[in-house]
Design a binder for this molecule. Structure first.
Ligand SMILES: *Cc1c(COP(=O)(O)O)cnc(C)c1O
Length: 738
């Protein structure tokens, strides 16, 4: 849904005349009913993946919609019910709002077929899905990047398939930072207080109708958290928030920002989310059948479940541990050692001491749960190791990442061969309706009626070949134009803020050309992602960018972690290149990469470039979003692309081999990237028939959609989790992950 820019915007009626709307104030029950229906829609994130509902909100007031970061609650709060009704009637939207409301009500009350057939066992004992971040929509800033968006897509697809899941996370008052690039091209971080009243939150209540506050004991006293609730289709997401009076000023800020603060902040966030999360579910009267830990951050949850079993059922620690492990699914996402959470023994004792005593463990016994070598007193406590030890179902997020992960943690199973190590893989996927442009969805609906209901079925996607090539190309063209408009508007805003001259700002209208092959690169600026790989030879770059017949242009975006100095230097380097005369208007960097920027980019470029140093990309999902929109991937054979690429559905950089020296690998990949671009990508893109259509390219677009869209959808991913992990974990069966 490209909902930032509506091509029909200009055709909209002018805003309502104030004189017309401020008539005599009288309570109007039809207005109130309509307004409440709209608010109900706005309070379930279901709206965000239903383009027709998005478009309704947007059409109410396109300018305010954009200014309010596409937040329907904020928008509705600008209307009284009477004014709202007037506006809706004027747009002849009243039936549409009614229909949307009815569809939501039906959606919530209905249990889809897939779940009836495949997930019945989970019925009354849902999967509890723990994640430190959830990326659901740009108006709900409780995510930083890939991990959060994966969690968001996971629960949206669980909702779609009807897999019973309750999700648990933290509510951040400020979220992750907003990125500003100053006149020198440096990243500046800005933290903005979220207006809680604009977030679709409710206060979670226990069965007696009381507000829920949970507490987590530390050696220095308890930390309290209130429990909030967010509706994501059929799924309830519970978010813990420590900003309450009961806490010290320090602890009130604990859930302020995502991945801010020091190790102490981090462990406190993790006990609140993990341990506090389990307590919250208990207070809600929810008894999960399965615990799914998205990354090691929440591994402490398992210990609280064990404590519960010991206290309530009088079980021994060992018995309770075995039972909990049987119920626990653990997903690891990080192929880099430093990316895993480690805590010193002192921090562990301060924060887990009270729980440790209730579990009847000595300090050493407790530390062993998070150590590779139980006897090594110097080893820190690793959250991933705790997760691996306390789960019977552990998985990596792509086939290659599975191999890397088994190798990484082989010491935990000294008696096993590496292939036998019980860590499988389930490759990540993306939520199709969230990431596929509505224009594409409309095109699909026209040629493949009912495709959304069956988006997990390869045969449905194979029908993409029925779509007229010219129509597919035209739709892609529309999306490209929308991206270019978006880029110009964003860059104009950035230049204004940085006090560039009007003359320079005026130049922005020449930025990017709709006829030119456009390559997108957007990701976290971690150095292993090698954002500047294509910029090592600027002579060459200038030649391909300024080629008169077959030019190329680039759109970059991405944030560097505030503490990542080399990552920030990469951004500045690219910004400097953008400002060189030979690259002006042809290489641009969009600031503040978030879900909104990502959506525009993965829908509007021609090629999605990804060149990480293999095998450090666990999976990657942005390229999967590109697939849904007919954008071709040009990528290192790493993560998901290593199992996706078949020679006819995109382009590969390198041959999947690494040299022992990084510098040599980098050099080989750089040369391969240049060659593939010059010899394959550019010629194919500009090879057009007499109607101006690049037939070979369009064939690749169709191949990409047909072979990849279903495999790398979040529906397929959640179905795999259900079959290979959730059901066996709930039923006490043993199953082997693929
Ligand atoms: C999809 C997405 C990511 C993750 O993409 P990668 O391919 O893993 O880099 C990160 N940030 C945003 C905003 C996204 O939409």
């Amino acid at each position: 849904m490209s909902n930032d820019l509506n091509p029909q915007e200009k055709l909209l009626p002018t805003p309502v005349d104030e004189k017309l709307i401020s008539g005599p104030a009288r309570p109007n029950s039809s207005a109130i009913k309509l307004y409440n229906k709209a608010m109900t829609l706005a309070n379930n994130l279901w709206w965000s993946w239903h383009p027709e509902v998005v478009n309704m909100f947007q059409t109410l007031d396109p300018v305010r919609w954009r200014q309010l970061a596409h937040n329907p609650i904020a928008l509705l709060k600008e209307y009284t019910p009477e004014r709202f009704e007037k506006r809706v009637l004027e747009l002849v939207f009243n039936t549409k709002f009614d229909q949307a409301y009815r569809r939501l009500m039906e959606y919530i009350s209905d249990r889809p077929l897939w779940a009836k057939q495949n997930a019945g066992v989970l019925g009354a004992h849902p999967v509890a899905y723990f994640s430190l971040e959830f990326g659901l929509h740009e108006s709900v800033p409780i995510y930083s990047g890939g991990l959060g968006i994966l969690a968001g897509d996971h629960i949206k697809s669980a909702s779609g398939l009807g897999v019973p899941i309750v999700a648990v996370g933290l509510f951040y008052d400020q979220g992750y930072f907003k990125q500003r690039l100053n006149a020198r091209g440096e990243q500046e971080e800005e933290y903005i207080e979220t207006k809680v009243e604009y977030v679709p939150l409710e206060t979670a209540m226990d069965k007696d109708g009381n507000k829920i506050t949970v507490s987590v004991d530390t050696a220095k006293g308890p930390i309290y958290a209130r429990v909030r609730k967010m509706k994501v289709g059929r799924v309830e997401l519970y978010l813990l928030d420590t900003d309450i009076e009961e806490n010290s000023p320090e602890d009130r800020k604990l859930t302020g920002t995502l991945y801010g603060g020091d190790r102490r902040t981090r462990i406190r966030q993790e006990i609140v989310c993990g341990i506090g999360g389990v307590k919250a579910l208990r207070a809600l009267g929810i008894t999960p059948g399965v615990y799914h830990l998205n990354e090691g951050h929440n591994s402490f949850a398992t210990l609280e479940v064990i404590r519960g079993k010991m206290e309530d059922d009088g079980k021994s620690f060992e018995t309770a541990l075995r039972e909990v492990a049987q119920q626990t699914v653990f997903t690891t996402h990080t192929p880099v050692e430093a990316g895993h959470d480690y805590f010193d023994a002192d921090l562990i004792e301060e924060h887990l001491g009270p729980l440790r005593m209730k579990l009847g463990l000595s300090r050493d016994q407790f530390m062993e749960l998070g150590r590779k070598n139980p006897l090594d007193q110097n080893e820190k406590f690793c959250m991933t190791i705790l997760g691996l030890k306390l789960s019977r179902y552990a998985n990596a997020v792509s086939s290659l990442h599975g191999k890397v992960t088994r190798h990484m943690w082989r010491d935990l199973w000294p008696q096993k061969e590496e292939e036998e190590i019980p860590i499988g893989h389930i490759t990540n996927g993306v939520h199709v309706p969230t990431w596929m442009a509505w224009q594409m969805q409309v095109l699909f609906e026209r040629h493949i009626p009912g495709w959304t209901e069956e988006s997990i079925n390869p045969d449905v996607w194979a029908q993409v070949y029925k779509i007229d090539p010219g129509e597919l190309w035209e739709t892609h063209d529309v999306l490209k134009t929308l991206l270019i408009d978006f880029a110009r508007r964003r860059i104009m805003r950035q230049l204004r803020r940085n006090k560039f001259s009007e003359e320079e700002i005026d130049q922005v209208k020449n930025i990017l050309d709709p006829q030119t092959l456009t390559i997108g690169f957007a990701r976290r600026f971690a150095t292993y992602k090698r954002a500047t790989l294509i910029m090592q030879d600027l002579e060459w770059l200038s030649r391909i960018v300024n080629d008169t017949k077959r030019p190329v242009q680039f759109v970059f975006a991405g944030k560097a972690h505030p503490a990542d100095i080399p990552g920030k230097r990469f951004i500045q380097q690219i910004m400097e290149i953008c400002h060189e005369e030979r690259f002006t208007n042809r290489i641009v960097f969009l600031e503040d990469y978030d879900i909104n920027v990502a959506r525009h980019m993965v829908q509007g470029v021609d090629v999605w470039l990804n060149n990480p140093r293999r095998p450090l990309e666990a999976s990657g999902t942005s390229g999967q979003k590109a697939v849904l929109n007919g954008v071709l991937n040009l990528s290192i054979l790493d993560g998901w692309w290593a199992e996706a690429y078949d020679g006819t559905n995109g382009f590969a950089i390198g041959n999947g081999n690494n040299h022992v020296y990084d510098a040599i690998t980098d050099e080989r990949d750089r040369i391969s990237l240049m060659e593939v671009l010059e010899n394959e990508v550019i010629p194919m893109y500009y090879d057009v028939d007499e109607h101006g259509l690049p037939q070979r390219w369009i064939r690749f677009m169709m191949n990409s959609i047909a072979t990849l869209a279903w495999r790398f959808s979040a529906h397929r991913m959640v179905a795999d989790y259900a079959r290979h992990a959730y059901l066996p974990a709930a039923g006490g069966l043993s199953a082997k992950m693929p």
